[in-house]
Design a protein around this ligand. Sequence first.
Ligand code: SAM
Length: 205
Amino acid sequence: MKKETSPQSFDRIVREVFAPIYPVIAGQIIAKSGIVSGKCLDVGCGTGALGRAIAKITDLEITFFDRSEEMLELAKGYANDENIANRCDFLQGDIHSIGLPSGSMDIVISRGSSPFWDDWRQAYSEIIRILKKGGMAYIGGGFGNAELREQITRTMTQNNPDWRKSFKDKVVAEREALPDILRSLKPSHFEIINDDSGFWSVITK
Ligand SMILES: C[S@@+](CC[C@H](N)C(=O)[O-])C[C@H]1O[C@@H](n2cnc3c(N)ncnc32)[C@H](O)[C@@H]1O
């Protein structure tokens, strides 16, 4: 998200354009991880669309984590409206120093946030630190499938031909840097998914 994109504009884009991708991505995450109970952290949750989609298909307790208080307020409002607030927590903070104990999460998810992180090694190291042994992280970006990607790209480009300009270079840089970073952090296992669902790193502690 560009610095000048307000939480309110982002919220509108999520509701009007991106909405169909979250249930698709949530299904892919759960199919891959098989983790349906315990604790889940949605990093850079924005308005919480991915974490909320995960909550609806699992028994997971979701902690919504973002550096923006305004985003967290929006996420909280939706969690109340959708009657999932009893399984939701909201934590403000920065990915580079997550205020949670080591080994406290069964699964960490994040979509569309990592290109905005300043230090990927530190950020991924924090994600691995807070995972339980055997827990999984599913971090990256994408639109779920080719049809949704094409439809959303068309709509976003019609509205603003430069919509990707502010983060495109960071996306490319992260993709190049990630394999070496993950190797150096030595999780039990990691794989990179780069297909129609998007670009995701799947890390098992
Ligand atoms: C493009 S939005 C994606 C929101 C949501 N995950 C989605 O897919 O709809 C990126 C989010 O990452 C958050 N973010 C960026 N850098 C962060 C950091 N260093 N620590 C925590 N959150 C961060 C922003 O505040 C923003 O809400």
